[in-house]
Ligand binder design. Structure first.
Ligand code: DPM
Length: 358
């Protein structure tokens, strides 16, 4: 057990382990980590939890678009270093910030129930009451997401798109206090967790803008060898979210897309069927390949034996039926294979080259 050195003796003679949760220093990261800590506290009242906050490269380089820095594990590297050195035992991330292949020795031990995965429009106060459709021609929309820009450029050709960086607080300040942007696009989940739901003026559905792989779900990253912690956090897994996210991540991995390519998804679970829609776009959205496939998964009540069947696109979920995880992963691979057969590779390669040259 890796935390032995820190076991804490309590007054009544019981030994209980101290569990450290690492987090980025941003307000959103703190809120997300606190929410996982609260859930663990409820489930394991005897465990001592400590929160350790640190800065990451992604927090330090705020003047460049994410997609241009070229560091896949931008927000995660320092936290993983701390995990590796046993300085922390658990790191909470937005799943969409975790690469589909984690560095050796780490795994996602829990994927929590997904918040709304959709993107949302936040308007400059002077535009209150409008929608993207109704904004004046040439209004500037702030987003640094190639995925959002590609889809919205196609759907709203009368609008213009510019990068905006910084954490959520910074972005809202840049929106409100300057006249640079008519609106910005952010994940609804982040806004809700920050308590800023009242700033959402429009939720973008799949016809306007499909979401990023893993968007809206929280992931708990742990040392793959730390069986105690893995078992402890596994009860946080939300089965439908896990299966949707395995399918989405398998799709992205098979496309060889990173967190900064114009790839979008939509998933649903209905009556034991998992549906996955996936799409790739050129930077201006003009070229688009989009398909939907489905697979059958075990009903939630299924009494299938759970086995230790290893890792699925980074996720360890031994308490979820193995056949369902395998079906979800295959669904993602199959959909990616279909899109690749229709020319997805060319679209993504061109998008990457154009973005790198900007
Ligand atoms: C990733 C992207 C963005 C974040 C790319 C994308 C948005 C970048 C930007 C992979 N990570 O979505 O196409 O707008 O410049 C991020 C946010 C959250 C997690 C903020 C947001 C909160 C929502 C969640 C940044 N990572 O997307 O508005 O937990 O899913």
């Amino acid at each position: 057990m890796s935390g032995e050195g820190r076991a804490k003796e309590e007054g009544h003679g019981k030994i209980s382990r101290v569990i450290r949760l690492g987090t980025r220093k941003s307000q959103l990261a703190r809120i997300q980590t606190d929410s996982v800590a609260d859930k663990l506290k409820e489930l394991y009242p005897d465990v001592h939890l400590e929160i350790v906050a640190m800065s990451t490269i992604g927090d330090k380089i705020l003047d460049q678009a994410l997609s241009k820095i070229g560091e896949k594990s931008l927000f995660t590297k320092e936290l993983e270093n701390a995990l590796e050195r046993n300085e922390v035992d658990i790191v909470v991330h937005s799943l969409k910030d975790l690469p589909t292949a984690l560095p050796l020795g780490f795994t996602i031990g829990a994927v929590l129930e997904r918040e709304s995965p959709n993107d949302a429009v936040v308007l400059h106060p002077k535009n209150a009451g409008l929608t993207l459709d109704a904004l004046p021609d040439k209004s500037v929309i702030g987003t640094s997401s190639l995925r959002r820009a590609a889809q919205l450029k196609k759907r709203f050709p009368q609008l213009e798109f510019e990068n905006i960086r910084g954490n959520l607080n910074t972005r809202l300040r840049k929106l409100d206090e300057k006249d640079d942007y008519a609106a910005i696009i952010l994940a609804a989940a982040g806004l809700k967790r920050m308590g800023w739901e009242d700033r959402i003026s429009q939720i973008l559905g799949p016809d306007d803008c499909m979401y990023a792989v893993g968007q809206g779900a929280l992931a708990v990253e742990v040392r793959a060898r730390d069986k105690d912690i893995l078992e402890m956090v596994s009860v946080l897994h939300h089965p439908d979210t896990v299966l949707r996210c395995i399918a989405e991540r398998a799709f992205l991995r098979h496309l060889e897309g990173g967190c900064s390519v114009p790839v979008a998804v939509h998933t649903e679970v209905k009556e034991s069927v998992l549906y996955l829609t996936g799409a790739v776009y050129s930077l201006d959205g003009a070229d688009c390949l989009k398909e939907t496939m489905q697979t059958i998964i075990a009903p939630n009540s299924a009494a299938e034996e759970c086995v230790q069947d290893g890792v699925h696109v980074g996720v360890t979920a031994n308490n979820i039926p193995a056949s369902s995880k395998a079906a979800a992963e295959k669904l993602g691979v199959d959909l990616a294979t279909l899109l690749l057969s229709k020319g997805a590779k060319d679209i993504l390669t061109t998008a990457r080259q154009l973005n790198d040259a900007r």
